[in-house]
Write a protein that binds this ligand. Structure first.
Ligand code: 4NP
Length: 153
């Protein structure tokens, strides 16, 4: 299974989602590939935001060595599931698709984890330091549910 987490900058939400999901998948002993990307290219090559690194570290997850990259058309072919952190990311990914088969791979992250989740977008914590912790927790909870669904148990 190959999973891609996508947000805007690939320095806050999706690297946290990548780190958490990889951690959970490894705990389960699954040999899955987890990656992340951004729909925007401003931070290509950069490590995650220091606040995202610190928040993940506090919960025992090291994302300090990840490097931001931009989502590309090739990702449709390279991944089984593409999870968008918010509806703008979702629309930007869909705009690059060329077939139904590609579009079928793309889902809103929170909705895929739990169709009854009260919100459909993971809040962008970029402008508010205090949001990193609740955003991390929301992503972690959703990753757990998503993994259960994808692993079929
Ligand atoms: P992310 O957060 O999409 O969760 O990585 C952002 C990071 C950077 C910017 C916006 C959102 N930015 O405008 O540079």
């Amino acid at each position: 299974m190959k999973i891609l987490m996508v947000c805007l900058g690939n320095i806050c939400r999706s690297p946290m989602a990548e780190g958490i999901m990889r951690h959970l998948v490894e705990e389960k002993g699954l040999d899955w590939e987890i990656d992340s990307a951004g729909t925007g290219g401003w931070h290509i090559g950069e490590a995650p935001d220091p606040r995202a690194i610190a928040t993940a570290k506090k919960h025992g997850i090291d994302i300090s060595r990840l490097q931001a990259r931009k989502f590309t058309y090739r990702d449709f072919g390279n991944f089984d599931h593409i999870f968008a952190m918010d509806s703008t990311n979702y629309a930007d990914i869909i705009a690059l698709s060329e077939s139904e088969q590609e579009r079928d791979k793309v889902q809103l992250f929170l909705e895929a984890a739990d169709p009854n989740h009260p919100t459909k977008n993971v809040t962008d914590p970029w402008f508010e330091d205090r949001l990193f912790e609740p955003v991390f927790q929301e992503i972690r909870e959703a990753c757990g549910k998503l993994l259960e669904k994808l692993a079929g148990n």
